[in-house]
Design a protein around this ligand. Sequence first.
Ligand code: TEU
Length: 555
Amino acid sequence: PPGAAWWKEAVVYQVYPRSFNDTNGDGIGDLNGITAKLDYLKTLGVDVIWLSPHFDSPNADNGYDIRDYRKVMAEFGSMDDFDRMLAEMKKRGMRLIIDLVVNHSSDEHQWFVESRKSKDNPYRDYYIWRDGKDGGAPNNYPSFFGGSAWEKDEATGQYYLHYFARKQPDLNWENPKVRNEVYDTMRFWLDKGVSGFRMDVIPFISKQNGLSDLPADKLAHPEFVYANGPRVHDYLQEMNREVLSRYDTMTVGEAFGVTFEQAPLFTDARRKELNMIFHFDIVRLDRDGWRKKDWTLPQLKAAYAQIDRTGGTHGWNTSFLTNHDNPRSVSHFGDDSPEWRAVSAKALATMMLTQRGTPFLYQGDELGMTNYPFRGIEDYNDVEVKGQWHDFVESGKVPAEEYLSHLRQTSRDNARTPMQWSAAPNGGFTSGKPWLAVNPNYTRINAASQVEDAGSVYHHYRRLMEVRRQTPALIHGEFRDLDPANPKVFAYTRTLDDKRYLVLINFTRETVVYGLPEGLKIAATVLDNGAAQQPVQPGAASVSLQPWQATIYEL
Ligand code: TEU
């Protein structure tokens, strides 16, 4: 098909290494643990692995605070382990993309250690330093992890900018030396054989001219200002020219704060910036910060349609329902009660893998892993939670119970509990004490039992990836929502030349008799999620959809 590319056809699997597989008993996952599970991933049908940060880090934000961009985090292993892991991936025909976290570094990075020493240090301009104003911070920017985005530093009395934790100072991209350091780092890893990058909060790298105060209505969502710096596209085009265009890469930007209108500026291939971005509109459909809101199926469908339109003719999209910053997808968009968990997880898998966009599957979702049964604040590990607890609860603005009731559903820690490999202690994740508690449902929900069970969520994912790989229309075909207002059923077609497929997904616990619109008639069933009770006869113009049934048909 026109515009075909390996990274459009690939299925990506995100590994959060800290929680994936521990082989040395320290309670923290490691690179050897990933290598040990490559056959599992290969059998599942994974083409590309996105590895969350594996670099040397003091772990103020689980590796999203990097101390040395060319060193492997000691807890995860050594560079030899990395090289072996990559070689084993290649042997299996799999590729690796790594996390490029260059909006900020750790405050323990050598550049910052130097930078903070004095105003005339050669590294001073690697970061963003300003004088205070009226005895306080230079402006009213908030940090995503609580408090001000400015921290006063004793050595010089100036403030440095940090959009995230205090231990994550923002790099100064205005400085060409910083940009060249980043490009060198990228070449270092590309020369080792990685195939590209997931770019952490990449729209934030260009700061607003003058850094003036945010107006009151922007304070709750500063990302829409932070993502709109004047030079972000210059920098990305330069990065593309200097580095990306010289290798065969895949790039995906985490587009926090990017609106539908702006998305093509990043992904239109003619602009030579990034291949794709992660839109936040699905995973944050029912969110206002830490608060959970209700959502409806028509809203979800509208977000899908919008995202598909922004891809347009010259861009390409991602398809994902969670990652390490979001709750588990079955708990979020499905039904994680014992009766409906497996079938609704399969229905979501069908939806995710039949969108026009590269699917990004997060570890454990292929098992239908669920949110964790958190009780009190002491059950959480996330730096974001600690900051919010301070800002909202300790300040008296929000009652603890109210915050906690939302947090149970929205916390990033839901996705960060260890992988559930088997019914062995700690889900087989570690022989030691896991850094974050394993979900107690590991005895029922684990990889070992699902690999053995042809009817499991795992095998549904595997079959879906196989069907997708063999069906160009499900990758490249035009997407059309047949019935955007239907509150129970998601019905859409994927069309390429004379091939046309229909996907029907029942988002309820009830049977729904669904009459196909526009005189459409089913020719054959391609793949069902196990819910259908009887085969649909060729020529059928209506289907009795069982609870959470999700079926791909050929028209
Ligand atoms: O995430 C940025 C991001 O959008 C979220 O952290 C967001 O700020 C938060 O969930 C809002 O509630 C990236 C990484 O994915 C995340 O893990 C890091 O903590 C963050 O950047 C800083 O590097």
